[in-house]
Design a protein around this ligand. Structure first.
Ligand SMILES: [Fe+2]
Ligand SMILES: [Fe+2]
Length: 385
């Protein structure tokens, strides 16, 4: 390429190089000493010499989470045409137009007519006021959880090692942001008051946000996301709520992230099994029990037994905890027995004619697609890339 080279002062250039070399040595040595003394030092765990984050590329994490998330990226405008979202690019809009051309005249007119008002009319037709209150009460718990999922995933970003893990987590942050804003519009369409967080949600979510280091992975990706995944598994087949299928797919990837991360960067035996760590994680789990008891009457309005739901959630939490290395197999079996005892004791005290039931064996996710997604997520560490 023809470029007109300019002349510069060679001596000035040499001095600038020398000054930079000396300043670099001073700044980096100073930060290195602070770091060794645990007094701070460089904030970014970034290795600029190798053009990589500390921890290396971890390409397999990038492929399983970042690349896959981008492939499965969905837009609010396409999923909820009645909403205020205008996030499709021109090609996506063109694809939607093409798909609509293959609709029958009646299908096209239904889609075109679906405005916010008509979506609200659909909800009014499909659900009684009591059912709408129950759905909003349950889903708003997850809606508030999405706000925390956004914050927790963002706060984990500096803490995970490797370029691949940071790329994976960045997609989770993006997806949680989308879940929060899309869920808000969906909830508002029901036209009933959206309740505040119950104290149990407050404790559960604050616990996950305040957890130190990789314990956040347990609080959010294992515990809270398993509850969210299970609720989306229940609701995705209900009229007007099929967008939750897309949430369900995203959450299944998020629940797989800790185990995939620890495969690359294993926790130390102490991190995994220290009695203090187990107590901290058990304390994080405890608010989930009164939360489920609190939601029992709302779930009952929708024909769902709260303890079938609780068993279905806690089985998944136990399985993910064991797989990520937070629990030994014998402790996982003990935990399963413990939850079954607690659920049965509560039902015996509050229900007529209660007979002992293996609640931890229950499955409340319906819908073939959702069951297939969960089989992939819980069958093994998600290796699909
Ligand atoms: Fe989410
Ligand atoms: Fe999530």
């Amino acid at each position: 390429m023809e470029l007109q080279k300019l002349t510069v002062n060679a001596r000035a250039a040499q001095i600038n190089l020398e000054v930079e070399r000396i300043a670099n040595r001073i700044v980096r040595s100073y930060d290195g000493v602070l770091e060794r003394l645990h007094l701070g030092g460089r904030a970014a765990k970034y290795d600029d010499v190798h053009y990589e984050f500390i921890g290396g590329p971890a390409d397999s994490l990038r492929k399983k989470h970042y690349d896959k998330s981008l492939r499965l990226l969905w837009k609010g405008e396409a999923a909820l045409p009645w909403s205020s979202f205008r996030d499709c690019n021109p090609y996506e809009r063109e694809l939607i137009d093409l798909a609509e051309r293959s609709f029958s005249a009646e299908e096209r007119s239904i889609r075109n007519r679906i405005t916010s008002a008509e979506f609200k009319a659909l909800l009014d037709r499909e659900y009684t006021l009591e059912q709408k209150h129950a759905i909003v009460a349950i889903l708003s718990a997850i809606g508030h959880g999405e706000a925390y999922a956004w914050l927790v995933s963002a706060s984990l970003l500096p803490q995970v090692q490797s370029t691949g893990a940071k790329a994976a987590l960045t997609m989770q942050i993006l997806e949680e942001a989308k879940h929060f804003v899309v869920m808000r519009e969906l909830m508002q369409a029901f036209g009933v008051p959206i309740p505040r967080q119950s104290v149990w949600e407050y404790l559960l979510l604050e616990g996950a946000l305040k957890a130190k280091g990789l314990d956040k992975f347990f609080g959010m990706n294992v515990l809270v996301e398993s509850i969210a995944l299970s609720l989306f598994g229940v609701f995705a087949s209900m009229p007007g709520l099929d967008v939750l299928r897309l949430f369900h797919l995203d959450e299944s990837r998020h629940t797989a992230l800790p185990a995939n991360y620890f495969k690359e960067f294993p926790m130390s035996k102490w991190q995994q099994r220290s009695p203090l760590g187990r107590i901290r994680r058990l304390r994080m789990t405890l608010p989930a029990l009164p939360l489920i008891m609190l939601l029992e009457s709302d779930l009952a309005v929708l024909g769902i037994d709260a303890f079938d739901f609780a068993g279905s959630v806690m089985r998944k939490v136990t399985h993910l905890s064991e797989r990520a290395g937070f629990l030994k197999p014998e402790d996982a079996r003990g935990q399963t027995r413990f939850f079954n005892e607690v659920f049965n004791a509560y039902c015996k005290a509050t229900r007529d004619d209660h007979r002992y039931k293996n609640f931890m064996g229950a499955e409340t996710t319906t819908g073939e697609a959702e069951l297939a997604v969960e089989r992939e997520a819980f069958g093994d560490v998600s290796t699909a890339a």
